[in-house]
Design a protein around this ligand. Structure first.
Ligand code: NAD
Ligand code: TYD
Length: 356
């Protein structure tokens, strides 16, 4: 079986749902259930005996030791993290706690477990650390996309904490021989993404007739990947990746934020037309994010060349599926945007009249 951390969150939940669709290997899912973790993402697995959910913290060494001894996983996939840049600007401490200290404690518990495995089990074992392209910093408009050898230049508390975790993981391989794999992926979108991130926030606000907040001039570029493609890449790296290696994952799909928002507006005009007029009327430019990285782009040639992975979805097909999913799952959105979510929106967008 495999142990997956943070799999009540956006990408982890998609990963577990896909994993149990394509094979039968059981999953232990360890998640702290922070504001971003939601068991409703896993409702489909309620009666599935292949999925065991455990609420807990990757920084809880005693719990991790117990889970490893009890379930004896052949692999660990570490999604658990604080993941939102804007929250890291308001309050970096949780990011250091989970992304740095939590990863450290998890690595230590896994190292002790791995040391007790037989030679063949040790050779087959994998620790796959899920990371981000944001660790590489920002790119000038015509600079080549990030490759695995780019230096780390993280600019936000979030990316700095993820960079620190990547360094720990690397060192645990180099020093102790732990068979680790690291993936650095670009921006994901798709079902179950918490509506604090750009794409679900824009869909949700548009449907409620609220302003669509664009930071700065909206010309910041991200490289967007449909979440199911990220999940298939992780499965590929887990099975075929070489221990100690890093694989960049991306969609070859660079786009400025304003174009993303206009695309969503056009899709909503088609799928859920509003008598008040086109959704683009709600676009509102607001104050920029401090330290906002201008451009990210992933060079995904290594994973294609060495592991034969390529994204299956185009941006056009992926964003249509995503908008349709949010239209079909209004109840999920209502449930996750109650209570604490409102406090966050008030804190982040309070200065922008009408968004909060
Ligand atoms: P998310 O915020 O939606 O989910 C994170 C999950 O981790 C939540 O379920 C939360 O409850 C859980 N968690 C947080 N702290 C924990 C702790 N201490 N112990 C156990 N569980 C804890 O994030 P996501 O977007 O699904 O991202 C998952 C991973 O992928 C993160 O490591 C992130 O850095 C990385 N990543 C995300 C993107 C993206 O676009 N979302 C892109 C590249 C990489
Ligand atoms: P986000 O989804 O927060 O991902 P990240 O910061 O990790 O790339 O933001 C994606 C881009 O959208 C980023 O350039 C910031 C911008 N953005 C806005 O313009 N308005 C918003 O309300 C949000 C949440 C993001």
């Amino acid at each position: 079986m495999i142990l997956v951390t943070g799999a009540a969150g956006f990408i982890g939940a998609n990963f577990v749902l896909d994993w149990l669709t394509v094979n039968d290997e059981p999953v232990v899912n360890l998640d702290k259930l922070t504001y971003a973790g939601n068991q409703q993402n896993l409702t489909r697995l309620e009666d599935d005996r292949r999925h065991v959910f455990v609420q807990g913290d990757i920084g809880d060494s005693v719990l991790i030791e117990r889970l490893l001894a009890e379930h004896r996983p052949r692999a660990i996939i570490n999604f658990a993290a604080e993941s939102h840049v804007d929250r890291s600007i308001h309050g970096p401490e949780d990011f250091i706690q989970t992304n740095v200290l939590g990863t450290f404690r998890l690595l230590e518990a896994v190292r002790a477990y791995w040391a007790g495995l037989s030679d063949s089990e040790q050779t087959a074992f994998r620790f796959l650390h899920v990371s981000t392209d944001e660790v590489y910093g920002t790119l000038m408009p015509d600079a080549p996309a990030f490759s695995e050898t780019n230096p780390y230049q993280p600019n936000s508390p979030y990316s700095a904490s993820k960079a620190a975790s990547d360094h720990l993981v690397r060192a645990w391989h180099h020093t102790y021989g732990l068979p680790i794999l690291t993936t650095n992926c670009s921006n994901n979108y798709g079902p179950y993404q918490f509506p604090e991130k750009l794409i679900p926030l824009v869909i949700n606000n548009a449907l409620q007739g609220k302003p669509l907040p664009i930071y700065g001039d909206g010309q910041q570029v991200r490289d967007w990947l449909y979440v199911a493609d990220h999940c298939s890449a992780i499965r590929r790296v887990l099975e075929e990746g070489a221990p100690g290696e890093v694989y960049n994952i991306g969609g070859w799909n660079e786009m400025p934020n304003i174009r993303i928002v206009r695309t969503i507006c056009a899709l909503l005009d088609e799928l859920r037309p509003n008598v008040a007029g086109p959704y683009s009327r709600l676009i509102t430019y607001v104050k920029d994010r401090p330290g906002h990285d201008r451009r990210y782009a992933i060079d995904a040639r290594k994973i294609e060349r060495e592991l034969g992975w390529k994204p299956a979805e185009t941006f056009e097909s992926g964003i249509r599926k995503t908008v349709q999913w949010y239209l079909n799952n209004a109840e999920w959105v209502t449930n996750v945007t109650s209570g604490a979510y409102r406090e966050w929106v008030g804190k982040q967008y309070g200065r922008c009249k009408g968004v909060a």
